[in-house]
Design a protein around this ligand. Structure first.
Ligand SMILES: NC(=O)C1=CN([C@@H]2O[C@H](COP(=O)(O)OP(=O)(O)OC[C@H]3O[C@@H](n4cnc5c(N)ncnc54)[C@H](OP(=O)(O)O)[C@@H]3O)[C@@H](O)[C@H]2O)C=CC1
Ligand SMILES: O=C(O)[C@@H]1CCC=N1
Length: 270
């Protein structure tokens, strides 16, 4: 990415926990000068202190971009400190779950370009996927800048509208949590049939990682890949008969899981 516009005006990062750090690591890895980055965070990590970014100091008056990565519950306390940067010169990009574009506009002004983005934690190894949408005054150039910044940590997709953001959050934003729990569950199930815990966890992690990588690159659909594993009358068919039982199988469980996460996103936005 060409960071020259950002390096001349600066980038402010509000909140540098798990997601803010993943994004910052991606930008620095792509060549963004640490001197151009101004981070505000009450409890900076040792890693952050070692990056060379400007930390908890004065902020530029009109940076190119403000990236908001605080918890939705902290937004009301954190946002007013940025009000002076609203009005149009600075692009605001927020990764917070739930918090609506209207909420930001109420504090920063409706003339402020704002892009809502929903990344996920594989961003930490540049394997994230982020969905974005902008407010009414966000131009194609604003969306392209946000997309370029987020492409530093993985794929980016554009949403037709903000109404889909809670659904995306529930699927791909929270999704790594579901997959990590699946690894835990597979490992425990392996222990239950007699494997040592370390071996069960090694097998579960490698299986989920390998299957995910194969699903991403293969020409076949996930359903075809599943069928390729399933020998008639074999072991996979016996296992899938349990996992794919309807009702009560994984599809039912995942439908309820994603619906609960979407409902929480909507509640956070109120
Ligand atoms: N984690 C994830 O998988 C994803 C998270 N998100 C979103 O990213 C945002 C951050 O989440 P995550 O990184 O997990 O959370 P973290 O708690 O790891 O990071 C938030 C950071 O913001 C700091 N902070 C708190 N108050 C302020 C303030 N007033 N000004 C500046 N910094 C402040 C926190 O410090 P302290 O710890 O001292 O409070 C913390 O370091 C959330 O809005 C979440 O919805 C989006 C996609 C995925
Ligand atoms: O759990 C959360 O609220 C955040 C948003 C998506 C992933 N983590």
């Amino acid at each position: 990415m060409d960071f020259s516009g950002i390096e001349s005006r600066g980038l402010v990062l509000l909140g540098c926990g798990k997601m803010g750090s993943a994004l910052l690591a991606g930008w620095l890895g792509e060549g963004l000068s640490p001197a151009a980055v101004h981070v505000t965070d009450p409890s900076p990590s040792a890693w952050l202190k070692g990056t060379g970014v400007a930390l908890n100091g004065p902020l530029p008056e009109a940076p190119a971009v403000v990236l908001i990565a605080v918890k939705p519950q902290m937004m009301a306390a954190a946002l007013p400190s940025l009000t002076a940067m609203g009005g149009g010169k600075t692009l605001f990009v927020t990764v917070a779950a739930g918090t609506t574009l209207a909420t930001y506009e109420a504090i920063l002004g409706a003339a402020t370009p704002i892009v809502r983005a929903m990344p996920n934690t594989p961003a930490a190894i540049s394997r994230g996927i982020t969905a974005i949408c902008g407010n009414a005054v966000a131009t194609e150039a604003h969306l392209a800048l946000a997309e370029a910044l987020l492409t530093a940590v993985g794929q980016v997709v554009r949403l037709p509208g903000e109404h889909q953001m809670d659904a995306v959050t529930a699927l791909s934003g929270s999704g790594p949590g579901y997959v990590f729990h699946m690894i835990e569950a597979m490992a425990r199930a392996g222990e239950a049939v007699g494997l040592a815990p370390d071996l069960a966890m090694t097998l579960a992690k490698a299986t989920v990682a390998g299957a995910g990588a194969l699903a991403e690159v293969a020409a076949e659909t996930p359903a075809e890949l599943r069928q390729n594993v399933t020998s008639p009358g074999g072991t996979t068919a016996a296992g899938l008969a349990v996992l794919m039982a309807e009702p009560g199988g994984l599809t039912d469980l995942m439908t309820r899981t994603v619906a609960a996460a979407e409902a929480r996103g909507k509640a956070l936005g109120k």
